[in-house]
Design a protein around this ligand. Structure first.
Ligand SMILES: [Mg+2]
Length: 125
């Protein structure tokens, strides 16, 4: 699952189209792994597959992205993984809440994938 030559990014989003767009923009420089909800991503983490960064949607049917963020940040094995949250609404209170709960960054959909890539590069450099 982990490609030693490239940094690994988990993309957790219930919309396959988002994952496809991100994979398109990121696959040249990063190894991307898509999960359509947080539960299999948690299984992968618990199996020892630790990515360099996680990009997570917030509104997903099986488990919300903010619960997923909480799980990551409360677990000392995973808490150092940077997490970028993708929101479908531009909410200042949500942004403040998620950043204070440990999210590294927060972007509102629709976003420019190039901007997201620059933010990822800054976090991973
Ligand atoms: Mg969603």
């Amino acid at each position: 699952m982990i490609d030693a030559n490239k940094k690994t990014i988990f993309i957790v989003d219930d919309k396959a189209a988002i994952a496809k767009i991100l994979a398109l923009y990121f696959s040249r420089d990063y190894h991307t792994v898509h999960f359509d909800n947080p539960l299999p991503a948690i299984e992968a983490l618990q199996a020892g597959n630790i990515p360099d960064l996680i990009i997570s949607d917030i509104r997903m049917p099986q488990m919300r992205g903010d619960e997923f963020l909480h799980f990551i940040k409360k677990n000392e094995l995973f808490s150092s993984i940077p997490v970028i949250m993708l929101s479908s609404e531009d909410s200042t209170s949500e942004r403040i809440r998620l950043l204070s709960e440990g999210a590294e960054d927060y972007m509102v959909k629709p976003f420019n994938p190039q901007e997201l890539k620059v933010r990822v590069q800054k976090i991973l450099k």
